[in-house]
Design a protein around this ligand. Structure first.
Ligand code: 5GP
Length: 121
């Protein structure tokens, strides 16, 4: 599969469409989900062109992988949901058709601010 430059998160990264930004650094951008499923529903995306977690695992540099994982913790800390200053959260990545992925740019959902409940419905 080839990365689609016109997916919605690529457009957000190019600032062609707006987002409610939470955090940004060299490796990641984080913003609120447009259709929140929980009290807090943030998205964390790598800045590189990666379709999904499998693509990322194969092609990302070690720095990009560390940047994304550390970035998730930075966002969670900023939102006061991390284990340092909050009560925890769920980080979730949907991968491909069976995983329920709709936007073909790797993203982690961070759900928090309340008990998240069952893992899989
Ligand atoms: P997926 O199903 O691919 O894991 O999740 C895609 C997520 O992107 C959904 O939760 C959806 O609400 C969110 N989303 C889709 N379009 C936009 C958008 O234009 N802006 C923002 N902030 N979120 C979006």
């Amino acid at each position: 599969m080839i990365y689609d430059d016109n997916n919605i998160f690529a457009k957000i990264l190019r600032e062609e469409i707006p987002c409610k930004k939470i955090y940004e650094d060299e490796y990641i951008l984080s913003f609120y989900d447009i259709n929140p499923q929980k009290k807090i529903h943030a998205l964390v995306i790598p800045k590189g062109k990666f379709i999904d977690l499998d693509d990322f695992a194969k092609k990302a540099t070690d720095q990009e992988i560390a940047g994304l994982i550390r970035g998730i913790n930075k966002v969670a800390t900023k939102l006061d949901i991390s284990m340092d200053n909050g009560k925890g959260y769920r980080a979730l990545a949907n991968i491909g058709e069976f995983g329920g992925q709709e936007v073909p740019h790797l993203h982690f959902h961070l759900f928090g601010g309340e008990k998240i409940g069952k893992m899989v419905h």
